[in-house]
Design a protein around this ligand. Structure first.
Ligand SMILES: [Zn+2]
Length: 371
């Protein structure tokens, strides 16, 4: 099986983001060829992979009735990276948000890029992700930009890194999010994003396709229908996701296989995409060991091989290279590379994501238009 390398420059989340800007009249590329609209609304459903949605049309009749296609999320297929691609309109190799847990170069510890936590001094969000956001660009062009999502996200380091420039509308209940969107769409021009996260959370705990997950999917479908009803004339809503998911049937536990810890100074990423930061001089041995142990289960590549293969995009800024593991381990079977001691909670997840498989990479791009 070959890795599904994201379609950067043609049909990835970064391309959706630039195309949305172009649709509301901000100068720039429009790789998806989206038609102009006075207002655009992006409904981002965490974890709603295209293959997952396609498997349950009866539970999501509204979404399943919409025209559209698919995009590739980007690598890794995880919230940090995808929201950053949407926030900047550039691929991961350029924005540098290259995974869930990344080594802070020279510091000897990991930064959890979503929660913005670390066992040492925290990095400055604006230095860690310095590229201008699409929201800043839209606002500079006179388009009001809003983001409607959970109130607790407003002040996080992650939001400061990738949502600079938005007018943040904290809303925890679905009704409040819909009201927030309706208010933002009252402007003659608007760029509005609304986020829903509980489908992904349910998938992690009980697996996608479980009854809890299906209840969430039904709720998302109804929310999409209600959002569509809020659209004024000359507007368009796009529904997409940050990644899909696989249900894990096999676990390789790094904390119970000493050979896998040998020479690994820091274990980053998450269970479907591991960044292995190796001790000085150990990278070749780590590569060999991990290749042998994970044969038939995972792509195991050196940093150079991963960069050369375009996993992170057509180019990777030199400055970001040390954020990438010396070795990457990326499962392609339904295998999770867990750490039962270091990450006991995540080690029990049933649904996981991050890799270069179709179930994780493909996300829907669905459209409702009142143009
Ligand atoms: Zn997730």
């Amino acid at each position: 099986m070959n890795p599904l390398v994201p379609a950067y420059g043609a049909a990835s989340l970064a391309d959706l983001s630039s195309s949305l800007l172009a649709a509301v009249g901000v100068d720039g590329d429009n790789p998806l060829g989206l038609a102009p609209a006075g207002r655009v609304l992006l409904f981002l459903v965490d974890g709603m992979g295209a293959e997952l949605l396609r498997a349950h049309p009866g539970v999501a009749p509204f979404l399943s009735s919409l025209p559209g296609g698919v995009l590739t999320a980007g690598f890794p297929a995880t919230t940090v990276t995808s929201l950053s691609s949407l926030g900047t309109g550039i691929p991961p190799g350029e924005h540098g948000m290259l995974g869930y847990q990344l080594a802070v170069p020279g510091a000897g510890y990991l930064l959890n890029c979503l929660r913005w936590t670390a066992p040492g001094p925290l990095v400055e969000p604006g230095e860690w992700q310095p590229a201008p956001t699409v929201y800043e660009r839209a606002a500079a062009a006179g388009v009001p930009v809003s983001y409607v999502g959970p109130a607790k996200f407003e002040t996080t380091g992650f939001n400061k890194a990738v949502y600079r420039g938005v007018s943040f509308v904290g809303a925890d209940e679905v009704d409040d999010r819909i009201a927030g969107v309706r208010h933002a769409l009252a402007e003659p021009r608007a760029h509005v994003s609304v986020y829903y996260g509980d489908l992904d959370s349910a998938g992690h705990v009980t697996g996608w396709g479980s009854s809890t997950w299906l209840d969430q999917l039904a709720l998302v479908d109804r929310m999409a229908e209600r959002l569509a009803e809020t659209l004024p004339p000359n507007s368009a809503m796009y529904v997409t996701a940050d990644h899909g998911m696989v249900n894990v049937t096999d676990r390789v536990d790094v904390d119970s296989l000493p050979a896998l810890r040998e020479g690994v100074a820091l274990l980053g990423g998450e269970s479907r995409v591991r960044h292995l930061y190796t001790a000085p001089g150990a990278s070749a041995a780590v590569l060999d060991t991990w290749r042998a142990v994970l044969e038939g289960k995972a792509w195991v590549a050196s940093r150079e091989e991963a960069v050369e293969s375009g996993w992170f995009g057509p180019k990777v800024r030199r400055k970001w290279l040390p954020r990438i593991g010396d070795v990457l381990a990326v499962p392609y079977t339904d295998c999770a590379i867990v750490a039962s001691v270091a990450e006991p909670h995540e080690a029990g997840f049933l649904g996981c994501h991050g890799s270069l498989t179709p179930a994780e990479q493909y996300v829907p791009l669905l459209e409702v238009s009142t143009r």
